[in-house]
Design a protein around this ligand. Structure first.
Ligand code: ARG
Ligand code: ZN
Length: 464
């Protein structure tokens, strides 16, 4: 049995070499092999994929709220980072009808949330290729462990609320679903006439209506991670214009939240313009926000259009989500363990806003949290190492923000604000790690901050 199987394998390998069709696991003579099923984040081993880098997603979907049925065609432009005999995409649920690679039919298999695509011929290292996936079905919510809540493509009474952090994009389009791979996006979203579809970036042409359906086109021309993609749709009231500083601004509210529309519009404008004076020029083509009637219990900083789930956003949460446009969206983390680089910064932005408005100073907020007893859970959870089972722990937010305040105390206001700005500028549209931030803080201050960062980010106890 065993030797028999080996004999078959040898024969198969021989045939594949002769036919120049490499087998899956072992590299072919030309160095082609299957891309890894994960991008290499040890905390989320199956998220994202190896062997390629996406440049652009073209996501075309048609959604019918009454039946909750989604029909999609997603076209991905990517470049191979090693020779590929096959590669994976992340896709949860939904039926795949057809996959092509460079317009030729490809074979595919599904296993869990992995869609494995085997192109008709191998793809050479550095070659660009286009993969097109046609699919349909009812999206399932992502509902992971611990504190993540429900996320993904979530039905509402009149449409869908689409919030995908950390890995829910795969519930509505095939993707390299991990923040380590950023790409530009086009969205074409068809909904029953009378509804509005809101995706990232700016409109690419006016909506068109035929046969009782309206198609909306949006384009995000700046790099974006998959978890910030949205296609929130339903009944919406819109207010559009520009911020006083000249940035296109779009606020949208479900009719149940129409009383919040003007406040959302005005505050988003003021906050976007203000952060541009503190963190450096706004990184994207438009700003705004969306309030939908889905009681998510959280907001998400969807690129250009933060999404508020079922509540009237107050000033501090708008301040938080818009600060993410710099920290989290323009600058993205490579690994989830560094999430404090998103949440600590956005939380500290809330403290800065309060200080600027003549309310509580950041120093007072810092002291208030620091006076929490030594047994408080924020002291046993070091924020510099976000845990996959408890990603959005309060410590990531609050102790992350306290870390920044501790840096401010150590280096002084002038260096601290120059540091925030340099951080946002040097890594604009790129990826960042905690080590890079520590390095920049030390370089700009000329101080050894190793002990400070270690105590605030990595020790399971209250810093002195
Ligand atoms: N990043 C969001 C914030 O600004 C939190 C997202 C929470 N995501 C989730 N699946 N619960 O705070
Ligand atoms: Zn946040």
């Amino acid at each position: 049995m065993r030797s028999n199987r080996r004999g078959v394998a040898v024969l198969a390998a021989l045939i594949s070499v002769l036919a120049c069709a490499p087998t899956d696991e072992s590299p072919s003579p030309a160095g082609h092999r299957a891309g890894a099923p994960g991008i290499g984040d040890p905390d989320f081993p199956r998220d994202g994929n190896g062997g390629y880098d996406v440049a652009h997603y073209d996501v075309v979907i048609d959604y019918t709220p009454a039946s909750k049925r989604l029909e999609g065609v997603t076209t991905i432009e990517a470049a191979a980072t090693h020779g590929l005999s096959a590669f994976n995409l992340d896709l949860a649920g939904l039926d795949v009808h057809e996959v092509t690679v460079d317009d030729s039919p490809a074979t595919f298999t599904r296993q869990g949330d992995e869609l494995t695509v085997r192109p008709a011929g191998p793809i050479d290292e550095r070659d660009r290729f286009t993969v097109k996936v046609s699919y349909a079905g009812t999206p399932n919510a992502a509902d992971a462990s611990a504190d993540l809540g429900t996320y993904g493509f979530l039905p509402t009474p009149d449409g869908a609320f689409v919030a995908s952090e950390p890995n829910g994009s795969k519930t509505w389009f095939p993707a390299n679903d991990h923040p380590a791979d950023k790409a530009t996006f086009d969205f074409t979203i068809t909904v029953p006439a009378g509804l509005t579809a809101l995706a990232n970036g700016e409109r690419a042409g006016q909506p068109t209506t035929t046969g009782g359906k309206t198609t909306f086109r949006w384009r995000e021309r700046h790099p974006m991670v998959t978890y910030l993609a949205t296609a929130t749709l339903g009944k919406f009231e819109l207010r559009e214009g520009r911020t006083p500083g000249g940035i296109p601004n779009l606020a949208a509210a479900d009719p149940r939240f129409s009383s919040t529309l003007d406040g959302l519009y005005t505050t988003s404008a003021e906050v976007t313009d203000y952060w541009a004076t503190v963190f450096g020029p706004y990184p994207f083509g438009s700003t705004g926000g969306v309030v939908d009637d889905y009681a998510a219990g959280y907001a998400l900083e969807n690129q250009t259009k933060p999404l508020y789930g079922g509540f009237n956003p107050d000033e501090s949460i708008i301040v938080h989500e818009l600060a993410h446009q710099w920290f989290g969206n323009s600058l993205s983390i490579k690994r989830w363990k560094d999430l404090w680089l998103n949440e600590g910064f956005a939380t500290y932005a809330e403290w800065l806003w309060s200080e600027r408005k003549g309310r509580r100073t950041a120093e007072t907020t810092f002291k208030k949290f620091h006076s929490r007893p030594a047994t408080d859970p924020i002291w046993s959870y070091p924020p510099g190492r976000a845990k996959p089972g408890d990603l959005f722990n309060l410590s990531i937010y609050t102790r992350g923000a306290m870390t920044l305040h501790a840096v401010r105390r150590a280096v002084g206001d002038q260096t601290f604000f120059a540091l925030l700005r340099a951080w946002a500028t040097e890594h604009r549209y790129g990826h960042v790690t905690t080590d890079q931030f520590i390095e920049l803080a030390e370089r700009m201050s000329g101080k050894d901050l190793g002990a400070l960062f270690d105590a605030w980010l990595f020790q399971p106890r209250r810093p002195a």
